[in-house]
Ligand binder design. Sequence first.
Ligand code: TMP
Length: 237
Amino acid sequence: MEKKEEIYEGKAKKVYATDDPGLYIVSYKDDATAFNGEKRGTIADKGVVNNIMSDIIFALLEESGVPTHFVKQLSDRETLVKAVKIFPLEVIIRNVAAGSFSKRYGVEEGTALLQSTLEFSLKEDALGDPLINEDHVLALGIATKEELAKVSAYAHKVNEILKAFFLEKGLKLIDFKIEFGKTSDGVIILADEISPDTCRLWDVETNEKMDKDRFRRDLGNVEETYQAVLARVQNTK
Ligand code: TMP
């Protein structure tokens, strides 16, 4: 598989074309940002952790019936994935109140929600990734009703699979963000990454935050925490 030109650079990853138009190579960086890019830094070897962890989780999801972009890990930082056009939506599921949900609705962090709660944000840093609802998505032509229904069903399925998976590793899945894309044949699949950058994970016993909130909130032990999460996910703790 030949790596060709860079076609996209995001805050945490670069995407390259390959000699197969149906395949891309994703390359994970150590760059960390928060608050829509206002806070910037580096987390040593985050790219390695996020690449390896995402691949383990995407393989698990694929086995469990959620179609994903994952094809094959190429190196510590690079993975071969199916080419998709990403829906400009952050698909978020929350099990426990935290972060922007706690702030917006005045609910204390750590409060269990009575049901798992799906929300969408428009992926647009310049606008601060505003919350949008299903009608907004349809009105703006971002996705069709059928596509949204599929995305929502997959998101809830991902939540059920990941809640159980992380619990086995001694981690509570508080909330997470995923992204979906469409292949050239119009098939909707899970894309992007699933990592401590995109999930809130709290230690089951201590409630210690084991995710990017350590960077966002300057809690310390950022690198160590990313490594610890990977070790748990790999079962080598
Ligand atoms: P929030 O509480 O800040 O809205 O975040 C909800 C979840 O989404 C949390 O697990 C972190 C993740 N997330 C991202 O992956 N990217 C983002 O840009 C934001 C704001 C949150």
